[in-house]
Ligand binder design. Structure first.
Ligand SMILES: [Zn+2]
Ligand SMILES: [Zn+2]
Length: 200
């Protein structure tokens, strides 16, 4: 016989169905902990508290690996479910949409161990803008692409708008870091510059 519950308590913190949990991946800490949304809590036949989780993937855990446009705290919702036991749970995490992530990140940047809410420290705040299907290794929705390199934006890094063509150019592609971008009043991309040079 099994029973299901809406929450459980661990070391003084209450975990609810719908929360994002951090689960230990290896005892020696050699593998980054797993992130998953808690979808059900059950007491199994042996009397252990079993947790049904829907995993989030980090870029490194997908088939294509980490790419240029992936942010440091980027994760993907996935269609991969698993059952883990309460003993492997370390703490809670927060997975936000990009807008909320930026908002929170700006407020917290200086204090990474600060608690964002009960059981969630700032270093366990992530953002999600795509869903990853583990059976087809595909991401959805597709991300907008910018710049002459036709790659998406990396939310950790600034882009700069070209005053001539209005396209957004990656800092790296323009040869500028964040400080360099902030210091510029106007900018014309290389493609527009060479177009202009050819015309005159
Ligand atoms: Zn680019
Ligand atoms: Zn341009």
């Amino acid at each position: 016989m099994t029973a299901s519950y809406g929450s459980f308590e661990l070391q003084g913190v209450r975990f609810f169905v719908g929360d994002v949990l951090v689960a230990r991946a290896s005892d020696d800490g050699s593998t980054l902990p797993y992130l998953g949304k808690l979808v059900a809590i059950e007491l199994d036949e042996t009397g252990s508290v079993a947790l049904d989780m829907r995993w989030y993937y980090r870029p490194e855990e997908t088939q294509e690996g980490r790419q240029f446009h992936h942010g440091k705290k980027e994760v993907f919702s996935s269609n991969h479910y698993d059952r883990v036991y309460v003993e492997s749970i370390e703490c809670k995490a927060l997975v936000l949409g990009l807008d909320h992530y930026h908002e929170l990140h700006q407020r917290l940047a200086a204090h990474s161990r600060e608690l964002v809410q009960e059981g969630v420290s700032a270093d366990h705040v992530y953002f999600c803008r795509q869903h990853y299907r583990t059976d087809t290794n595909t991401f959805a929705p597709a991300l907008d692409v910018y710049c002459s390199c036709k790659r998406p934006c990396n939310p950790d890094k600034l882009m700069i708008a070209c005053d001539a063509c209005d396209d957004w150019i990656h800092g790296e592609c323009a040869g500028l870091d964040d400080k360099g971008i902030a210091a510029l009043d106007n900018y014309v991309c290389d493609a527009c510059k060479s177009k202009k040079a050819n015309a005159s």
